[in-house]
Ligand binder design. Sequence first.
Ligand SMILES: [Zn+2]
Length: 495
Amino acid sequence: MRDMQLLLRQIDLHIDSLSDVISGIRTKRYPTLGPSYLVHLIELLAEEVQKTAVTRARQAELSAGSVASTFTRFYIHALQDLASHLRYVERAATDKVLPGSVQTVTSIARQLYPDAVFVVRPQWHFNYSLTQPVSTYRSAYTNNSGREDVSSGLISSKAFERILNCVLPSGKSRILVLGFPRIEKDRSLFHVALGHELGHPLADEYLSKSEVLPREGSRDSMHAECKREGTGGMRRPEDLSVLRDQARATDETLQLCRRALVELIADSVCLHIYGYAAIAYTAWIGQMQGLDVCWRSPVEDHYPPWRYRLRNMVLSLPEDWVEQFKKQSRMGPDARSRFDHRWSEILELTQSKSDVDSINKKPELRQAYELLGTFLPQALDDIAETMASRGLAISDIPGLARWELVEVLRSDYPPDQVLLTDSDEPDWLEAEFRGILNAAWLSRTCFDEDTSPLDKVIAPKGQGGCWLPTAKKRDRLVEKALDNAALREAWRRRS
Ligand SMILES: [Zn+2]
């Protein structure tokens, strides 16, 4: 009895402090509406958790004995988890992000997932990420399993869906939280990596179709055989252990293959959003982190080597894409020779097979990638079709990325507008997000002073190094251009 009162008091205190934090968060400004949806969701879920806790506490009191400690564990933990997610919202405030980048990333994201709202926020670890709080909450708090114990069903499924309907605008059913490294806040160019993160939900949806990859079948049948052999005594124990190894290997092979396929599909989504910028970014990060590094374990953390990922991107470009890119970007002779030089360097990176060698050294990886080869081409075709159907065809990019924008940037102006003087009446061309980022990556990769890898950046000028303030200055101009583009889009929506 006393324990129960203590628990309810604790829950009250948690709710109080949650409300305090929430009212602070509500006074901040945000570049998009996504954060206010998330904070509202967290608030209503916390209230519902409190409500069910009180009801359950009364029921438990009426029945037998004290289950206070169990209650404490589940209800207080749920409230603590919800409170910790308020940081997603708090960090998405306008003063913690670059609003232009956030608005432009969000408008691309909306095109890709019309049923979602988005929160973009910096995070402390050096990584880009995507989390889906709605599905996390649904599986953690609602009673999907049909059990009726304390651990499941902190909130009834019906109440959960009612709250969701009340929080999200019509037609929206999920919230996607995108994270970028805090330390790269000022580098809009690197936020190309968010395009990869945006590919993950699409990859999951694609792979959830049962025909895409063999799932458990092969492993289960081997397990069944192990079991049969174990009880029937048909084979010697040594044979049995070989069978067990095979079953494990098959399972691991499938998991590795699935992991690689997920990452390569996400890369492909990034490629369709950003085109050349996606490839230039991948080449850059690969050179920074090691092109042939290939982790095998733990299996969940397996990533294909960067060189493999880069090659996959280059190979999935439509046949005459690079030619179209040069032509429609209107590169002059000097621009072409700079671009051709960079492009041949990128191709050189993909022609070496040292990544495949490191894959082949480990039998389970070799098997996984052989299997991958049979699924990948179809998967990439299907993703290309999906992207085009959502208005993000890679064939649009050549027309968006004009070399004039590179020239504007190199004259120290934000590369979002160009005065076209080739007709009788000069006219302003307004660049959009994808054009701006491609111009930025063309500038960075086609002119030596802006070229990373890092050793070049920090080497003194005159020894092949870049003059760091120049690179920083151009990053800021790109950011300004993104701001301008976002502003123009907002005006257009309003008028
Ligand atoms: Zn990924």
